[in-house]
Design a protein around this ligand. Structure first.
Ligand SMILES: N[C@@H](CCC(=O)N[C@@H](CS)C(=O)NCC(=O)O)C(=O)O
Length: 221
């Protein structure tokens, strides 16, 4: 991969979804530049010319000419284009589809519920108890589903690490940071917690945690 040009990630210093993509880039050993977009201008041009949805991440890959947004689609693209040795993906049936299943579960379950819980506890101008309890309940419901699946299992699909496992870590680590008052509840799901710590200990993931911590420390000065 030495001859590849760096992939540009339009992301953010603290937001989970761009760091989720960066974890996959690190895991695959791909060169990249992570640009922190100013969230205040994200719904305006020129950014919306890249991503009409006005959110991060978006990638631009000069090696293939693609511009792509939606973190789940970006992960599928990176794996299908660059994981030729199948380090974090499978080709066999049904593992290939189960990996997709879990990525879709992350995108439709974990990401939105965690995100809405963060919104209603941190940013929403009114305190809407019914919304807070709804999203808290759904957040821990998703954790409970994964906890059950992970009984006697090291990884989500077969006995192999995959992009499906890694895709959950950026949001989970964000939640453990932002909802620190809930840490015991997260840790109470024993299979889930052991799995989280297992993936979080990977060198690629540890590196991304450090990059995010450095970026956040810089931006608060
Ligand atoms: N489904 C999208 C969600 C992207 C998303 O919501 N990104 C957040 C950061 S994690 C964002 O751009 N927030 C800024 C905003 O909503 O204006 C994806 O996975 O890429």
């Amino acid at each position: 991969m030495a001859s590849l040009k760096p992939i540009t990630v339009h992301g953010h210093d603290s937001s989970a979804n761009p760091w989720k993509v960066v974890m996959i880039l690190e895991e695959l050993g791909l060169p990249y530049n992570h640009i922190f977009v100013n969230i205040a201008t994200i719904k305006d041009e020129p950014y919306t010319k890249l991503n009409p949805n006005g959110r991060v991440p978006t990638i631009e890959d000069p090696n293939t000419g693609i511009t792509l947004w939606e973190s789940g689609a970006i992960i599928e693209y990176l794996v299908e284009t660059y994981d030729k040795e199948h380090k974090i993906s499978s080709t066999s049936f049904p593992a290939k589809f189960h990996e997709k299943q879990f990525l879709h579960f992350q995108m439709s379950g974990q990401g939105p519920y965690y995100g809405q819980y963060a919104w209603f506890t941190r940013f929403h101008p009114e305190k809407v108890e019914s919304a807070i309890s709804r999203y808290e309940e759904q957040m821990f419901r998703v954790v409970g589903v994964l906890d059950k699946i992970l009984e006697d299992k090291q990884y989500l699909v077969g006995d192999k690490i995959s992009y499906a496992d890694i895709s959950f870590i950026a949001w989970e680590s964000t939640a453990r940071m932002v909802f620190a008052d809930k840490i015991d509840r997260f840790k109470g799901f024993k299979n889930y917690d052991a799995w989280y710590e297992r993936i979080a200990a990977r060198p690629s993931v540890k590196k991304v945690f450090q990059l995010r911590a450095d970026a956040m420390a810089k931006s608060s000065h």
